[in-house]
Design a protein around this ligand. Structure first.
Ligand code: SF4
Ligand code: SF4
Length: 441
């Protein structure tokens, strides 16, 4: 989290910043020697390895680590895998970090091109989940959820960031093609493009309704769009998808359109770098580029106790290595000098009520945080609406005691989800053992 003074904004009305109508092209920043790709699941370690150190990969090639592992990443460069190492992310999540050293000549993989005609949902899920914007396409093929509306967010979910605004301004043809492909592969006709504070009259040719949500933070979060645009409140513990609405970003929609147009999976994404002096730089870079390369390009030096935040100032997370790569959904990198960094304190809650007044979900945040600080996550969820939280970060921003409320909330949700998954796995294992014993007996 940043200090309030960093924005110079009043907590009672925090506004998204709009990009100018005419904006320069983003700076192109390329990786110097290598990219690092985070593979989200470690798969069955006993299954045969699909890729190992020394293997060569092409740009756009799928990399699954184990024979039975449906999870994959897309190589964003042509080169040689030089390491596959465990990596621990936020809240102890496990990844495999695949390092690819870049070859001199680029070769484009053609597996996607061979599979895309005619376009279908299975092919899109199979190849485009790692594209810029992280299209969450597998949710469209979930038989348990009936989606009737697709919402494309052309606004940016956090402050100081310009990715989706930039894509709406500069890649409208790709978005239009993405809308057409989404309709073809899903059969869903109702598509809404959301913009922030900008008139989109004259964009009727897109094949989508266009709605303006204004610039008040956090109007671009899905739950706020559900309420303000679609007139539906998402109940606690339910998701927008449970109500039949599928969200993706404008960058994800443009990636889908471009992929099917070019027969090639896009590997470059747009992000905003905010340097220590507060200047914003719109950048186009290759997924997997280590932040070290980006910071070197702008001459940013990192000293002890400086902060690097991935994401925006309200909801981003600190990273601790200059090898941290740009991910398909990294829309912002903020570098904060140690003298400007806000620190969490050990001050107790003084019951000032600022967090409650700021919370758009009307949660009794000051009560919720007491349970979460003590590690009583289930009680917090049951008694104080943890799962109504839409993760806007406003409570942390306004807290006079600088309690890291937002981090407690994210940790609590993660721990409850982890416990549920472990319980479900245990139940499945028990049933399997009982079934085997019954058969043997
Ligand atoms: S992050 Fe805080 S302010 Fe935002 S919805 Fe959750 S509890 Fe409310
Ligand atoms: S803003 Fe912070 S100090 Fe004030 S009531 Fe909320 S948690 Fe307590």
């Amino acid at each position: 989290m940043l200090k309030k003074s960093f924005f110079g904004l009043s907590p009672s009305r925090i506004a998204y910043e709009l990009l100018p109508a005419r904006q320069p092209e983003p700076d192109k920043v390329m990786p110097s020697k290598k990219v690092i790709l985070f593979h989200g699941k470690n798969g069955n370690q006993n299954a045969p390895a699909s890729f190992q150190t020394g293997d060569k990969v092409k740009t756009g090639q799928k990399i699954s680590l184990f024979a039975d592992d449906p999870a994959y990443v897309i190589s964003s460069v042509t080169g040689t895998i030089t390491s596959i190492a465990p990596h621990t992310g936020d809240f102890g999540k496990s990844y495999s970090a695949i390092t690819v050293n870049i070859a001199e000549n680029e070769v484009i993989d053609d597996q996607f091109k061979k599979k895309i005609q005619p376009p279908d949902l299975a092919g899109a899920v199979e190849f485009l989940s790692f594209a810029p914007g992280n299209p969450p396409l597998s949710a469209l093929s979930d038989p348990e959820t009936e989606i009737h509306t697709i919402v494309i967010i052309g606004a940016d979910s956090d402050l100081l960031i310009g990715t989706n605004q930039s894509v709406v301004k500069s890649k409208l043809d790709a978005i239009k093609q993405g809308i057409k492909i989404l309709k073809d592969i899903s059969g869903i006709e109702k598509i809404i493009l959301i913009t922030a504070g900008e008139s989109m009259q004259g964009y009727g040719h897109l094949g989508a309704q266009v709605k303006n949500i204004g610039t008040d933070y956090p109007a671009a979060l899905p739950e706020m769009i559900m309420k303000n645009v679609l007139g539906e409140v998402v109940p606690a513990g339910k998701s927008c998808r449970d109500l039949g609405v599928f969200f993706l970003t404008a960058e994800a929609a443009a990636s889908i359109g471009k992929a099917f147009d070019d027969g090639q999976i896009p590997v470059r994404k747009i992000l905003t770098l905010v340097t220590k002096d507060g200047r914003q730089h719109l950048i186009e870079t290759v997924i997997g580029t280590p932040i070290r390369d980006i910071l070197n390009t702008y001459g940013v030096s990192i000293n002890e106790e400086d902060r690097i935040i991935f994401g925006g100032p309200m909801t981003g997370s600190a990273v601790y290595s200059l090898d941290q790569p740009v991910l398909p959904d990294t829309d912002g990198i903020i570098v904060i000098d140690r003298s400007d960094a806000a620190y969490a304190s050990s001050y107790p809650c003084i019951n000032c009520g600022e967090c409650v007044r700021a919370c758009p979900a009307r949660i009794q945040v000051h009560m919720l945080v007491r349970f979460l600080e003590a590690g009583h996550y289930e009680e917090g969820a049951d008694n104080y609406d943890l799962f109504s939280c839409m993760e806007c970060g406003l409570c942390s921003f306004v807290c006079v005691s600088k309690i890291p409320i937002f981090q407690y909330i994210k940790l609590a949700k993660y721990e409850i989800e982890r416990a549920k998954t472990a319980e479900a796995m245990e139940t499945t294992e028990t049933k399997t053992i009982e079934a085997t014993e019954a058969t043997d007996g």
